[in-house]
Design a protein around this ligand. Structure first.
Ligand code: TRH
Length: 432
């Protein structure tokens, strides 16, 4: 039988010094592909545990993907505690931990289906859990209207709330740790920390100050070939930092090497490129902070680039029927809102050109690309409809304006509030 032994004690007048029990939260994550699903869930789980003192269990069906972000995870264990979060290997649809405990707050990430036995037990619980479906991030206007809408379960006396991340007021916001700005400021103001970063990642000193440092995290993208050629021919040095993954095969082809994995260094004209190991999740922020421009993708790196307060280019996760394009434009509407006309147009052109070809997500492709294999079959560009070239010369001349805008945007974005804080706040109102 389900039990709710982890239910928080409500404040009691009889025992004012008794600390209330912690709020128990179960977060379910099914990995569709790549790293964004678990990337978002792992970040949220840690924030709820560390910043809100919740007792969090994270159910995840793909420990391999999780392990890439969190190397201390033990792939062999069905249950383990990592950084104060209980991690359960959710290995079959009906499995929900060894003992069927139902939490105070239940979060199903990205409409993953909860184990039916778990839902049935939720309905039995004396005090019904606060149940969220955490949706994917979208900057579209309709999101604010649907955020926190309740939806009654068709059979059980349960309510589910839709929790919509977003970039504007009235949405759930995006994840931001309390100490993030301070960590970034400390890194940016410490020449020693930055020099140590360059040494550990590239084995050498920081590049000359006139170099433009660019990080490149992207899906396969036919637009990259023309861009690499433009960087090679740039009048000023370009230092390119490429975490190994789905774009690495294109680098290997450009430099005519077998693969472009971690530790690789190659030069052509003004372009020097370094292959980087895929880091533990926190380590990725430093890459964004050290770069003058970041190419990011999916959802979580897209958000981190915004908090890095530096110009970025978004490779949005491609969807059927180009359903992602309105989302791309909605993000541009927010991000570019106060830019002058010329930088705004340069930004729009560049983002659209970078997204002009489809490269559907697929775990197999990411696995195949892990070593940055040169074989094009391992990294197939999946759509031939090239849609204009990403014009580096036009874009680069607006980098100072884009930098100023990126800084202002990070402040604006913070007004929507941190997603974990927004979710915890709403849950508490429901638990009262
Ligand atoms: O990997 P993504 O493309 O993930 C996703 C998924 O495809 C998902 O199904 C889709 O719905 C979603 O995008 C929109 O991109 P994302 O979201 O940026 O996730 C990447 C994660 O990997 C992010 O948490 C940062 C992390 N990361 C590291 O931990 N180390 C690294 O070296 C790098 C480059 C990234």
């Amino acid at each position: 039988m389900p039990h709710d032994s982890r239910r928080p004690a409500t404040a009691s007048h009889d025992s004012p010094i008794q600390a209330p029990a912690r709020i128990a939260c179960d977060l379910f994550c099914a990995v569709i592909d790549n790293f964004g699903d678990i990337g978002v869930c792992w970040r949220l789980a840690r924030q709820l545990a560390h910043e809100h003192d919740w007792e969090v269990r994270l159910f995840v069906d793909d420990l391999q993907a999780f392990h890439r972000l969190c190397p201390t995870l033990d792939l062999q264990r069905a249950t383990q505690t990592v950084e104060g979060v209980v991690v359960e290997h959710w290995h079959e649809p009906t499995h929900a931990g060894e003992t069927l405990q139902i939490a105070d707050v239940v979060i199903e990430a990205f409409a993953c289906e909860l184990p039916p036995v778990y839902v049935a037990a939720m309905a039995q619980r004396e005090r019904k859990p606060v149940w969220f479906n955490l949706e994917y991030l979208s900057a579209e206007d309709w999101v604010a209207d649907f955020h926190l809408r309740p939806s009654p379960h068709p059979r059980y006396p349960l309510l589910k709330h839709f929790f919509f991340p977003g970039l504007g007021k009235g949405t759930g916001g995006v994840l931001k740790e309390r100490d993030l700005d301070a960590a970034r400021a400390a890194f940016e103001s410490s020449p020693e920390a930055r020099a140590a970063w360059w040494q550990s990642v590239t084995g050498g000193p920081p590049p000359a100050p006139e170099a433009t440092v660019i990080s490149l995290f992207a899906y396969e993208n036919p637009a990259v070939d023309a861009l690499l050629a433009q960087w090679r021919d740039s009048p000023t040095p370009i230092v390119l930092l490429v975490p190994q993954g789905r774009i690495s095969g294109a680098l290997a082809r450009f430099f005519d090497v077998e693969s472009f994995g971690a530790g690789m260094r190659a030069e052509r004209g003004s372009l020097t490129a370094h292959g980087l190991a895929f880091t533990e999740q926190r380590g990725y922020d430093a890459l964004l902070w050290i770069s003058d421009l970041n190419f990011v993708r999916g959802e979580d790196s897209f958000v981190r680039a915004q908090w890095a307060a530096r110009p970025f280019v978004w490779h949005i996760y491609p969807q059927a029927d180009d359903a992602h394009l309105p989302k791309l434009d909605a993000a541009l509407d927010h991000y570019a809102s106060t830019l002058g006309e010329a930088p705004r147009r340069a930004l729009e052109h560049f983002w659209h050109a970078w997204n002009g070809n489809r490269a559907p997500g697929n775990t197999a492709a990411d696995t195949a690309a892990t070593d940055g294999a040169k074989n094009p079959a391992a990294n197939p560009p999946t759509n031939s409809a090239a849609n204009g070239t990403a014009n580096w010369t036009e874009f680069a001349q607006h980098l100072p304006a884009l930098k100023a805008r990126a800084q202002a945007w990070a402040t604006e974005l913070a007004q929507a509030g941190d997603l974990a804080g927004n979710l915890a706040g709403f849950a508490k109102t429901q638990l009262k």
